[in-house]
Design a protein around this ligand. Structure first.
Ligand code: ZN
Length: 457
């Protein structure tokens, strides 16, 4: 009897969380113990009485990368092997390739993608606990997998402090962290400047809210055991540069219009560099077989390596393009290690019209198959789209579409650049498909047809 009462009580609590229509003023959400602040508060869908929460805030708090693809009209979140796709205004979501039915459609509220709270608990393997406090409702979200406690991280660097100074036209953010490897990129929808500090443990404030016309907040978090992520939420178009010191890193953010030209950029270029004033050679193309040498890439179900598969495809692609009259430069033609910097340098020494990187995909879910073609954020999608369609017409693979990412080689090369994930070698069927010479020929011919269509040939 007591058990039954307990059950009814639990059911009541659960229903109250998911159906409560007016209780939202006092909703506080905590992710892995830390309060999440929303610029758009949780809402209730009145027709279904479901609570919807902003996808980006919760996913970023869970350590995921979040972006919005306007072409697909969908929000994406990626953490490790897990990719979530949320098409707008639809009652479906995709967890990797698995379709998940939502009982209420995703919706945009003030530019934020809102998802049912229930989706997070039921579909993402997160633990969601809700209980009443004197201030209202408290929702706690945590990954079920135990994350490594901060104290046990053994990184060389620590981000210990964030200091802000402002002038009329410039905001200077000083990160107290030793000099080291950093990756910088921007994300759109909404605009963010992201800095991943490699080999760094985060001990700085999780969120600093600013009253500044250019940046609304600075957020930090432990992206994974090795990486501390610093995100600047941007309010307007900015220019930025970095100054590296032994014990600090300065991020200087200025209004794009008032940016001064005499500032030295001392870090890697943030974002894709401007197009040089070069006339592209419409015959010359750079092919980049991923990985090589000690970098084996992903390992397929059979034990064969990505580096060998993509080299075979790329070498055949070179021959076929040359048959069509193209001049081809390879970043590697055999099983040698070539750094990402060197790949970019090889491309940027030329005025090639395009850069095509060939890879194969891998994920923890062995059921996933399909073709993806990546382009850099907000770059022209035509080359990627034509190549995707060219391959699919011949192979009939599962269409995982054109996607955006900040991969080093497509971010830093000066010419239009794509990265083809030819298929999943973590799926035994697709791995066998990809190693079959007949299918490799189809893929190669599809890429060539896509390139030619892109050039209007
Ligand atoms: Zn790869």
């Amino acid at each position: 009897m007591r058990l039954k009462n307990m059950f009814i009580l639990l059911t009541f609590v659960a229903c109250w969380v998911f159906y409560a229509p007016q209780a939202l003023a006092g909703v506080e959400v905590y992710v892995t113990g830390k309060s999440v602040s929303f610029d758009v508060p949780p809402v209730v869908d009145t027709s279904s009485n479901r609570t919807l929460v902003p996808f980006r805030h919760i996913f970023e708090a869970l350590g995921a990368e979040v972006w919005f693809d306007s072409r697909a009209n969908a929000a994406f979140g990626k953490k490790g092997d897990l990719t979530i796709e949320l098409p707008m205004n639809q009652k479906v979501a995709y967890k990797n390739n698995e379709q998940i039915q939502l009982d209420v459609a995703t919706q945009a509220v003030n530019g934020r993608t809102m998802v049912p709270l229930r989706f997070i608990s039921e579909s993402l393997g997160c633990q969601v606990d809700a209980h009443n406090t004197t201030d209202g409702l408290r929702v706690d979200i945590a990954w079920l997998e135990p994350s490594q406690p901060e104290e046990t991280l053994s990184n060389e660097r620590t981000l210990s402090e964030i200091n802000i100074s402002t002038s009329d036209t410039e905001l200077v953010i000083e990160l107290t962290v030793k000099d080291g490897l950093n990756k910088v990129f921007t994300l759109r929808s909404p605009d963010r400047l992201v800095l991943d500090l490699q080999n760094t443990t985060n001990r700085a404030a999780e969120e600093v809210n600013l009253d500044h016309p250019l940046v609304s907040a600075i957020r930090t978090g432990q992206l994974n055991n090795e990486t501390t992520r610093v995100v600047l939420d941007l309010k307007s178009v900015v220019s930025y540069h970095f100054e590296k010191n032994n014990d600090s890193l300065l991020i200087k953010v200025a209004d794009e219009l008032s940016a001064t030209a005499d500032v030295t950029i001392t870090d890697e270029p943030a974002g894709r560099p401007a197009q040089p004033m070069l006339v592209a050679d419409e015959q010359l193309i750079i092919l980049d077989a991923g990985h090589g040498g000690r970098d084996i890439g992903a390992t397929g179900v059979s034990g064969k390596y990505e580096k060998d598969l993509v080299l075979a495809i790329t070498n055949q692609l070179k021959a076929t393009l040359e048959d069509e009259g193209y001049k081809v430069i390879l970043t590697r033609s055999d099983d040698t290690y070539v750094s990402l910097d060197e790949r970019v340098a090889i491309a940027d020494r030329t005025n090639a019209f395009a850069f095509v990187s060939v890879h194969a995909n891998s994920t923890a879910n062995a059921a996933i198959q399909g073709l993806e073609v990546f382009k850099y954020y907000d770059s022209d999608s035509r080359l990627a789209q034509h190549v995707l369609e060219g391959i699919l017409e011949r192979t009939g693979q599962n269409n995982r579409k054109v996607k955006e990412a900040g991969f080093y080689v497509i971010k830093n090369t000066l010419m239009p650049a794509i990265l083809i994930e030819t298929g999943f070698i973590s799926n035994s069927q697709e791995e066998a498909f990809l190693w079959d010479p007949k299918n490799q020929t189809d893929i190669v011919e599809g890429i060539v047809a896509g390139i030619m269509a892109y050039q209007g040939r």
